[in-house]
Design a protein around this ligand. Structure first.
Ligand code: ADP
Length: 616
C-alpha cells in the first residue's frame, strides 16, 4: 500500500499543498508585521515633524508652569492623529525616566527602558524602526524654547508605545484564514489526487496484471489500449513486444521439437552434459543405454565416462580424452572406437558444446556424447577374422598331410606297393576332406549371397526318411547302431527342396552316427502339428554335448573337443549349413543335449515352404 503509485501521488500532492500554503502564510504574516511597523514609523515621523503642529504645541506646552500636564493635554488632543487607542499609548516622562502622565490607565506600571526611550532621555533625536518583536515605540525629547539648558529647564520626553496587539489580532485572523484555506486546499488536493492517481494507476494496474499473465506464459490475452497518452503507447508497445516474444518462443519451441524428433529418431544414444557435469539433454536410446540412472536424473558426466571406459575427470575443464585408447581426433572433438560395455561395443563421438554470446567471447558450456552401437559390425569383423583363420587352419592340415605323403612316395621310387598304397590312400582321403570343406564353404557362400538354386517339390516325408536310412545303412551297420523310425498317422506331404532337406537330415544323422559310441541307439520320429508343420526328431544316446557349447553349435567351424571330432571326420560346418537351409525354408532347428546321455535334434519345417522354385 505505502509503496503504491496511488499513495505516492496523493502524498506528493498533499505535501505540495501544505508546503505552498505554509510558504504563502509565512510571507503574508511577515508582510503584515513589516507593513505595520513601517506604517507606525511613518506615522510617528510625520506627527513629530520638527516644524509640525504637534511639535509646536508640545514645545509651547513645555514652557508652561505645569509643562508635563499641558503636554499630556496636547497629546490627548492629538489622540486621533497619533492613533492612540487601547493598544497604543502615549507617555510624558521627565529626563530621569519617570513616567509623569500617560494614556495608559495603569500608569503606575513601570515602563521598560527601550533603546528608543533611552536614546530620547539621553538627548538623541534618532528613533529605531520597530522597537522589538512584541512592541513598536517612538520617543521624542521636548525642549522648551527660551529656557536655558535642558538641566535647568526640565525637559520632558514624549513616548509613544504600541503593544502590536492589533497587528497580532490581524495576524491571528490571517493565520486562521490560511489554516482554513489549507484545510480546504488539502481536501481538494486529496480529491484531485485521487482522480489523478486513479487515472494514472488504473491503466498501470491493468498493465501490471497483463504483464503477469504474459510472464506466466498466457500469450493469448491482448492488453487493452484505452488512451493515446504515454500509458497507451506503453500498452501498445507491450502488445507488440508480447507478439515478438510469442513468435520467438514459437520458433525456439519449433526448433526444440525438431531437435527432439531428430534425436529421438536416432538409433545412436545422445547425451549432453552441462559444465557442472549434470545432464542437459538425452534421447530415448541414451535412456535405454544408461537406464534408470538417466531416467531419474542421477547420471553425471563421470558415470558416463566410467561406463564407456574413458578417463575420469574433475569436470569439463579438466577433461582430457586424448590419452584414451583408440582415440581419433576429429575437427570438433574425438571419436573413441570399440568401447566395450555390458557386452556391447560402441564407437563414442565426443564434442564440446560452445556458446558465443553476441557481445562476448566464446564460452564452453558443456559436452555431448554420441554413442553408436557397432556390436554387429564388431562381431562380423571378429567372425570374419575367425573364419579366415579357421579356413586356413582346416585346409592347412590336409594339405600338409598330402604334401608329406606325396614327398615320401616321390623320394622313394623303390617303395613297396603296400606302403605306396597307404600313402596314396592318405592323399585321397585328405583330398576328399578338403573337397568336403570347400563344397560346404561353397554351399554356405551361396546361402549367404542368396545365390542358392532351389528346386522345390512336394514329397512324402516318411518315404523320404526311410530312403535316407537305407542310404546310410552301411555306415549304421559299420558302427552297429540300432535305428528306429516312428511316424504319426496322416503325415502331410511337404513342399521343399528335397535335396537340401536330404543334406540336412544326412548331416544330423551322420553326427549321431559319428558321436555315438558303436552299438548305440538312434531314434527317428516324425510328427506334425495340425498338418501345418512337420517335426523330425533325431535322438541318440551318444556322448552328448557340454551345456556351455550348446549355444555355439551352429557357428561355422565350431566343434566340441576339436581333436575328437576331427578324428571323426567333421568339418564343423554341418550344423551351420543345416541351420541356414532349414531357416531358408522358414523352419527351425534346435539341439538339446546332456553330456554322457545323448543328443536330440529337432527340425521343424512348414508344410508349404516359403521358397519359390528357381530354375536358373
Ligand atoms: P562336424 O562336421 O564337426 O560334425 P557339425 O557342425 O555337424 O560339425 O557339428 C558341430 C559339433 O557339434 C561337432 O563337432 C560335435 O562336437 C557336436 N555334435 C553335433 N552333433 C552331435 C551329436 N549328435 N552328439 C554329440 N555331439 C554332436
Amino acid at each position: 500500500m505505502l509503496k503504491s503509485l496511488y499513495f505516492k501521488i496523493v502524498l506528493i500532492l498533499l505535501i505540495f499543498i501544505v508546503a505552498v500554503m505554509a510558504a504563502v502564510g509565512a510571507i503574508l504574516l511577515n508582510g503584515v508585521t513589516s507593513f505595520y511597523m513601517d506604517d507606525f514609523a511613518a506615522q510617528m515621523t510625520e506627527c513629530f515633524e520638527p516644524e509640525g503642529f504637534l511639535m509646536r504645541d508640545l514645545t509651547e506646552a513645555a514652557r508652561a508652569e505645569n509643562a508635563p500636564s499641558r503636554m499630556k493635554d496636547v497629546l490627548s488632543s492629538y489622540r486621533n492623529i497619533l492613533g492612540i487607542d487601547e493598544f497604543r499609548n502615549y507617555y510624558v516622562l521627565n529626563t530621569d525616566g519617570d513616567t509623569l502622565y500617560g494614556s495608559d490607565p495603569e500608569l503606575g506600571a513601570e515602563l521598560i527602558m527601550t533603546p528608543n526611550l533611552l536614546s530620547a532621555i539621553s538627548g538623541s533625536e534618532t528613533n529605531l524602526r520597530g522597537g522589538g518583536m512584541d512592541y513598536a515605540d517612538w520617543a521624542v525629547r521636548i525642549h522648551p524654547e527660551g529656557k536655558g539648558t535642558s538641566e535647568e529647564s526640565g525637559d520632558c520626553v514624549v513616548y509613544i508605545k504600541d503593544s502590536l496587539e492589533e497587528m497580532r489580532q490581524l495576524n491571528s485572523v490571517l493565520f486562521s484564514i490560511i489554516i482554513q484555506s489549507m484545510i480546504i486546499g488539502v481536501l481538494i488536493a486529496v480529491l484531485l489526487s485521487f482522480f489523478l492517481a486513479k487515472s494514472i494507476s488504473s491503466p498501470l494496474q491493468s498493465l501490471t496484471y497483463d504483464t503477469q499473465l504474459v510472464a506466466s506464459g498466457e500469450f493469448s490475452h491482448e492488453i487493452e489500449v484505452s488512451s493515446a497518452d504515454e500509458i497507451g503507447v506503453l500498452a501498445e508497445n507491450f502488445n507488440y513486444m508480447k507478439e515478438r516474444l510469442r513468435s520467438t518462443l514459437d520458433e525456439v519451441n519449433g526448433e526444440r521439437q525438431k531437435l527432439d524428433t531428430v534425436l529421438s529418431g536416432m538409433r545412436d544414444a545422445v547425451v549432453a552434459f552441462m559444465a557442472d557435469g549434470t545432464v542437459l539433454h538425452s534421447n530415448v536410446s541414451a535412456e535405454e543405454l544408461f537406464g534408470d540412472e538417466l531416467r531419474e536424473n542421477r547420471l553425471m558426466l563421470d558415470d558416463c565416462l566410467e561406463k564407456l571406459d574413458l578417463p575420469m575427470t574433475d569436470g569439463i575443464d579438466g577433461l582430457d580424452l586424448t590419452t584414451a585408447d583408440g582415440v581419433e581426433i576429429t575437427r570438433d572433438g574425438y571419436i573413441f572406437h570399440d568401447r566395450i560395455t555390458d557386452g556391447k561395443v560402441y564407437d563414442v563421438g565426443y564434442a564440446r558444446l560452445r556458446y558465443s554470446p553476441d557481445d562476448g567471447a566464446e564460452q564452453e558450456i558443456g559436452c555431448v556424447f554420441i554413442i553408436h552401437d557397432v556390436t554387429a559390425r564388431y562381431e562380423l569383423d571378429k567372425s570374419r577374422r575367425e573364419f579366415v583363420a579357421n579356413v586356413s587352419h582346416e585346409l592347412n592340415t590336409p594339405l600338409t598331410a598330402i604334401k608329406g605323403a606325396t614327398e615320401t612316395v616321390r623320394a622313394d621310387p623303390e617303395m613297396d606297393p603296400d606302403t605306396r598304397d597307404y600313402f596314396l590312400d592318405m592323399v585321397l582321403s585328405e583330398s576328399d576332406r578338403m573337397h568336403r570343406i570347400v563344397s560346404d564353404l561353397l554351399t554356405l557362400s551361396r546361402l549367404d549371397n542368396n545365390r542358392t538354386k532351389w528346386d522345390i517339390e512336394t514329397f512324402d516325408m516318411r518315404a523320404f526318411i526311410r530312403r535316407i536310412c537305407e542310404v546310410m545303412r552301411p555306415e549304421l551297420t559299420a558302427h552297429r547302431h540300432r535305428v528306429t523310425f516312428g511316424s504319426e498317422r496322416n503325415m502331410p506331404e511337404i513342399t521343399a527342396d528335397r535335396q537340401r532337406i536330404e543334406q540336412v537330415v544326412i548331416n544330423i544323422l551322420s553326427n549321431s552316427i559319428k558321436y555315438t559310441p558303436d552299438g548305440g541307439q538312434i531314434d527317428i520320429v516324425l510328427t506334425h502339428k495340425k498338418k501345418q508343420t512337420v517335426t523330425l526328431t533325431v535322438r541318440d544316446n551318444g556322448s552328448g554335448i557340454p551345456e556351455e557349447d550348446l549355444e555355439h553349435l551352429f557357428e561355422r567351424f565350431y566343434r566340441v573337443e576339436k581333436s575328437r571330432t576331427q578324428d571323426a571326420g567333421g568339418t564343423g560346418l554341418g550344423l551351420a549349413i543345416a541351420k541356414e537351409l532349414v531357416e531358408a525354408h522358414g523352419g527351425t532347428i534346435t539341439i538339446a543335449s546332456k553330456l554322457g546321455e545323448g543328443t536330440t535334434v529337432k527340425i521343424e519345417l512348414p508344410v508349404e515352404c516359403r521358397l519359390k522354385t528357381e530354375k536358373n
